[in-house]
Write a protein that binds this ligand. Structure first.
Ligand SMILES: Cc1cc2nc3c(=O)[nH]c(=O)nc-3n(C[C@H](O)[C@H](O)[C@H](O)COP(=O)(O)OP(=O)(O)OC[C@H]3O[C@@H](n4cnc5c(N)ncnc54)[C@H](O)[C@@H]3O)c2cc1C
Ligand SMILES: *[C@@H]1O[C@H](CO)[C@@H](O)[C@H](O)[C@H]1NC(C)=O
Ligand SMILES: *[C@@H]1O[C@H](CO)[C@@H](O)[C@H](O)[C@H]1NC(C)=O
Ligand SMILES: *[C@@H]1O[C@H](CO)[C@@H](O)[C@H](O)[C@H]1NC(C)=O
Ligand SMILES: *[C@@H]1O[C@H](CO)[C@@H](O)[C@H](O)[C@H]1NC(C)=O
Ligand SMILES: *[C@@H]1O[C@H](CO)[C@@H](O)[C@H](O)[C@H]1NC(C)=O
Ligand SMILES: *[C@@H]1O[C@H](CO)[C@@H](O)[C@H](O)[C@H]1NC(C)=O
Length: 518
C-alpha cells in the first residue's frame, strides 16, 4: 500500500465534519484507502478527484450538468461524494470500492436524464461524473471515431464537421446532451429517416463491468455489446468510450426529407397580463431538414404537401452542421463554436420539466388533434410542446431485434410531450406533472397499443408502478415499463443483466433487473 500520510490526514479531517456521511469516519478512511490500493503503484491521482459535500466546489460540480431544475431543490437528495475520474483505472477502483463498501453509484455523462436518474437517488450514493472523459479521436480515413462518454453531441458534431462538410453522425441535435446516456438509449435526430439511430452506428465500446474489469467488444461478448446499444444507461456497466462510424450526407432519395411538427402553447397568463393579450394561442410549426438543394425540395413539396405552400424564401441553404443547429433551436446567429462547444447552453429547456413519449402507427384520428389543440389552448400551465418526429425510411429496414431499441418498422412518427415551467416549489411541480398525465391519458386511444410504447431516453417514472427505489424490481413488475421501452427485447436484456451483473450493482429506478435477485 502506498498512501502519502498527508493525504490521509487531510481527508480524515474533512470526513469527520460530514454529517450526512452516515457510518463511521473509519469506514470512509477505508474507502479512500481502497481507492488508492486499487490504483497502479504510487498513483494517487484519484484523491484529487473526490468532492465530499463539504468541498467548496461540490455544488458547482453537481450543478454543472444538472439540466432539470425539478431535481435541484433543497430537498433533492445529494450524493455523499462526487468523483470525476479521468483514467480508466479510476473508474475500475470506484466500482470495486463502492461495491465493497455497499455504496450505490449513479453514472453521469451529460446529465440530461429527464428524471434525473444520473444524479439523484433515494439511498446514499456516490456520483461518478464522466465529464472529464470527453476526448474525441477522429479517423477520417476510415470514417470512424472513438468518442468518450462525457463528450457532448455538440463536441462530436463539431469535431466531425471540422474534418468534413459531407460526413455526419446520426444523433440528436441538442449540443449539450452527453454521448454516454444518448448512445445507451438509442439516440435520434434529423437523420433518423436516412440512417436510423446513433446506437445503430456503434461498432465497438470500452466498458467497466460490475467486477471492475475493462472490456472491449471482443472481451464483453456480443450479448453485452448488444445490450449497451439501446438498453438504457446505468444497467450493465460504465461505458467509457464508443467507436462509431459515420455517413455521407449528400444523395437523392426521399429519406432525405425530414418534416416534424411542434404544437406549443402560446403566452401563459403572466405574459398575457403583461402584454394585454386575451387569448392563449396554439402555435403549430413545421420544421424540416432536407439533404439537398432548395429547388429539389420545392418540387417534392409541391407534389406531396401542396397545402403547405412552401416557397423558396422559407428555405435556408446551409451546410449539414449549420442546419442541424437550426433544428436544435439555435437562431443562426451564434458561431459554431459558441453553439456546439459551450457545455452550459441549452436553448430549449430552461426551468423544471417533465417529458413523456409515444409512438404512432396509424394517423391520429379526426377527434385526436382537435382534442389536443383544445387542451393546449385552455390550459393554464406555463408551457407545453408536443413534438411529432417523423419515422419511416431506414427505420423500417432495421430489425427490431438488431439492438434493444425496438420501435422500428411501421411506426409513422414518435411523439414527445415537453412540459416546462419556471416557478419553483412542490405545488407548481404537481400542477404541471398532473397536466402531463392528463394529456398522456387523453392521447391513449390514438397511439401504439398494447403495450403503449415509450422511448427509454425520454425516461418517465410514471410508467409502471412501484418505482420507489429498489421496489418493483421483480421481472413481472419491471416488465410493465420494460416492455414499453424494449418490447420483446426486454427478456433478453434481463438475461444479459443476470449474466453480467447478477447482484444488481448497476441499479436505478428503471435499470434492467436480474433474475437472481428478484
Ligand atoms: C435538452 C435535451 C435535448 C434532447 N434531445 C434529444 C434528441 O434530439 N434526441 C434524442 O434521442 N434524445 C434527446 N434527449 C434525451 C437524451 O438523449 C437522453 O436524456 C440521454 O440519456 C441523455 O444522455 P446524457 O449522457 O446527457 O444523460 P445522463 O443523465 O448523464 O445519463 C442518462 C442515463 O444513462 C446513464 N449513463 C450515463 N452515462 C453512462 C455511461 N457512460 N455508461 C453507462 N450508463 C450511463 C445514466 O446513469 C442515466 O441513467 C434530449 C434531452 C434533453 C434534456
Ligand atoms: C475540493 O476537492 C478538490 C478535489 O479533491 C481538491 O483539490 C480541493 O482542494 C478541495 N477543496 C477544498 C476547499 O477542500
Ligand atoms: C446550484 O443550484 C442550486 C439550486 O438551483 C443553487 O441553490 C446553488 O446556489 C447552485 N450552486 C452553485 C455553486 O451555483
Ligand atoms: C484505418 O483502419 C485500418 C484498418 O483497421 C488501420 O490500419 C488504419 O491505421 C486506419 N487509419 C487511420 C488513419 O487510423
Ligand atoms: C411558433 O413556434 C416557432 C418555432 O418554435 C417560433 O419560431 C415562433 O416564434 C412561434 N410563434 C409564436 C407566435 O409564438
Ligand atoms: C456559455 O454559455 C453560458 C450561458 O449562456 C455563458 O454564460 C458563457 O459565457 C458561455 N461561454 C462561452 C465560452 O461562450
Ligand atoms: C394533482 O392530481 C392529484 C390526483 O389527481 C390531486 O389530488 C391534486 O390535487 C392535483 N394537484 C394539483 C396541484 O392540481
Amino acid at each position: 500500500m502506498n498512501i502519502p500520510s498527508s493525504f490521509l490526514a487531510l481527508t480524515f479531517a474533512s470526513i469527520l465534519t460530514l454529517e450526512t456521511w452516515e457510518s463511521s469516519a473509519n469506514e470512509h478512511l477505508h474507502f479512500l484507502r481502497c481507492l488508492s490500493l486499487h490504483s497502479p503503484n504510487g498513483d494517487d491521482s484519484i484523491s484529487n478527484l473526490i468532492y465530499p459535500q463539504t468541498n467548496s466546489s461540490f455544488s458547482s460540480i453537481l450543478n454543472f450538468s444538472l439540466r432539470n431544475l425539478r431535481f435541484s431543490t433543497p430537498t433533492t437528495p445529494k450524493p455523499l461524494l462526487i468523483v470525476t475520474p479521468s483514467q480508466p483505472f479510476h473508474v475500475q477502483a470506484l466500482v470495486i470500492c463502492c461495491k465493497a463498501h455497499g455504496f450505490q453509484i449513479r453514472i453521469r455523462s451529460g446529465g440530461h436524464d429527464y428524471e434525473g436518474l444520473s444524479y439523484v437517488s433515494d439511498v446514499p450514493f456516490v456520483l461518478v461524473d464522466l465529464g472529464e472523459f470527453r476526448s474525441i479521436a477522429i479517423d477520417i480515413e476510415n470514417n470512424t471515431a472513438w468518442v468518450q462518454s462525457g463528450a457532448t453531441l455538440g463536441e462530436l458534431h463539431y469535431r466531425i464537421a471540422e474534418k468534413s462538410q459531407t460526413l455526419a453522425f446520426p444523433a440528436g441535435g441538442c449540443p449539450t446532451v452527453g454521448v454516454g446516456g444518448h448512445f445507451s438509449g438509442g439516440g435520434h435526430g434529423g437523420l433518423v429517416r436516412k440512417y436510423g439511430l446513433a446506437a445503430d452506428h456503434v461498432i465497438d465500446a470500452i466498458l467497466v463491468d460490475a467486477n471492475g474489469m475493462v472490456l472491449d467488444r471482443k472481451l464483453m461478448g456480443e450479448d453485452l455489446f448488444w445490450a449497451i446499444r439501446g438498453g438504457g444507461g446505468g444497467s450493465f456497466g460504465i461505458v467509457l468510450s464508443w467507436k462509431i462510424r459515420w455517413q455521407y450526407v449528400a444523395s437523392k432519395v426521399d429519406e432525405n426529407l425530414f418534416i416534424g411538427i411542434t404544437l406549443s402553447t402560446g403566452p401563459n397568463s403572466e405574459e398575457r397580463q403583461r402584454t394585454r393579450t386575451r387569448t392563449r394561442t396554439v402555435n403549430a410549426s413545421f420544421f424540416s431538414l432536407f439533404l439537398g438543394k432548395a429547388n429539389d425540395l420545392l418540387s417534392i413539396m409541391q407534389q406531396s404537401f401542396p397545402e403547405l405552400e412552401l416557397a423558396k424564401q422559407d428555405c435556408i441553404e446551409k451546410s449539414w452542421i449549420e442546419s442541424n443547429l437550426i433544428l436544435a433551436g439555435f437562431t443562426n446567429r451564434e458561431s459554431l463554436e459558441e453553439a456546439l462547444l459551450n457545455r452550459s447552453t441549452t436553448p430549449s429547456f430552461i426551468g423544471a420539466y417533465k417529458v413523456k413519449s409515444d409512438y404512432v402507427k396509424e394517423p391520429i384520428s379526426q377527434t385526436g388533434l382537435p382534442g389536443v389543440w383544445h387542451m393546449l389552448r385552455t390550459t393554464d400551465i406555463d408551457s407545453a410542446s408536443i413534438v411529432l418526429l417523423p419515422y419511416g425510411g431506414k427505420m423500417n429496414e432495421i430489425s427490431e431485434l438488431e439492438i434493444p431499441y425496438p420501435h422500428r418498422a411501421g411506426y409513422v412518427f414518435k411523439i414527445g410531450y415537453f412540459i416546462v415551467w419556471k416557478e419553483r416549489g412542490v405545488d407548481a411541480a404537481e400542477k404541471h406533472l398532473n397536466w402531463s398525465r392528463e394529456v398522456y391519458d387523453f392521447m391513449a386511444p390514438f397511439v401504439s397499443k398494447p403495450p403503449r410504447c415509450a422511448y427509454v431516453n425520454y425516461r418517465d417514472l410514471d410508467l409502471g408502478r412501484n418505482n420507489e427505489f429498489g421496489k418493483g424490481r421483480s421481472y413481472k413488475e419491471a416488465s410493465i415499463w420494460g416492455v414499453k421501452y424494449f418490447g420483446n427485447n426486454f427478456k433478453r436484456l434481463v438475461q444479459v443483466k443476470t449474466r453480467v451483473d447478477p447482484h444488481d450493482f448497476f441499479k436505478h429506478e428503471q435499470s434492467i433487473p436480474s433474475y437472481v435477485l428478484y
